[in-house]
Design a protein around this ligand. Structure first.
Ligand SMILES: [Zn+2]
Length: 247
């Protein structure tokens, strides 16, 4: 399975020209040393030391600093959030409708990249990532969050059962919107609620980019292409500022 995953993730990189322009969260370009972006069908992470884990729609977090990254792109580990603290490391998540969430603390050298589909969202992956920051000595009020291109409420019709699960967790559900009256979810708004409950100020949370299904020309969307969908990569990390001769 790991081999299959590696093959899939390398294939994503192999057939993308990496010449597109990734979306950058507003105002994050002035954070010293930060490297980040939301990829699309063309844009991907910069070449170099980046890593990605096997995503499992769960709440496991890996601190990449503590892992031997090696030369490959993929960690043989399951996680839906990667914490990046060491200069020179970049972590990514693969999505096609799920929410890519970037978190970082300016001036503290702490960042995380999170994959949040509906399962990870209801399981609280956003909350778990903020808890990890707290354990690393970062206050929630120091964090900034960016929620990237993902399926919007316009296109995300779910079963009544899934809608009820979110309603029971006091998370927003748009009821009766679907073609047959089924509920719709706005996964970004729901993750924003979770981040606020975890202590992030509202103004520290931003949305980047459109609904992936509506903007399927630019983004992979599982709902738009269930058989064919690839994945875009979103990433965050810190530049290696060591002079080349000293590496
Ligand atoms: Zn849409």
């Amino acid at each position: 399975m790991t081999d299959q995953f590696l093959e899939n993730s390398l294939a994503v990189f192999a057939d993308r020209s990496l010449t597109g322009r990734a979306l950058q969260p507003a105002g994050w370009d002035n954070v010293a040393g930060l490297v980040c972006g939301f990829g699309d069908r063309l844009a991907g992470p910069p070449a170099g030391t980046w890593t990605i884990a096997r995503q499992a729609h769960g709440t496991d977090v890996i601190d990449v600093d503590g892992v031997e990254v090696g030369t490959g792109a993929s960690l043989p580990l399951e996680a839906d959030a990667l914490v990046l603290r060491r200069p020179g490391l970049v972590g990514g998540v693969r999505t096609a409708d799920c929410v890519p969430l970037l978190l970082m603390a300016p001036g503290r050298g702490w960042a995380a990249v999170v994959h949040a589909g509906w399962r990870g969202t209801i399981a609280g992956i956003a909350t778990v990532a903020v808890d990890r920051a707290r354990r690393d000595g970062i206050c929630a009020t120091e964090l900034r969050a960016a929620l990237g291109p993902s399926i919007g409420a316009c296109c995300y019709e779910v079963s009544s059962e899934i809608g009820e699960r979110f309603a029971r967790a006091s998370l927003p559900v748009l009821s009766g919107q679907g073609s047959d009256g089924r509920p719709h979810l706005d996964l970004r708004a729901i993750n924003a609620v979770l981040l606020e409950r975890a202590g992030l100020p509202t103004e520290a949370i931003q949305y980047c980019g459109p609904c992936t299904r509506c903007a399927r020309d630019r983004y992979h969307s599982f709902r738009a292409e269930p058989e064919l969908s690839g994945r875009q990569i979103s990433w965050i990390g810190w530049e290696d500022r060591t002079p080349l001769r000293d590496r």
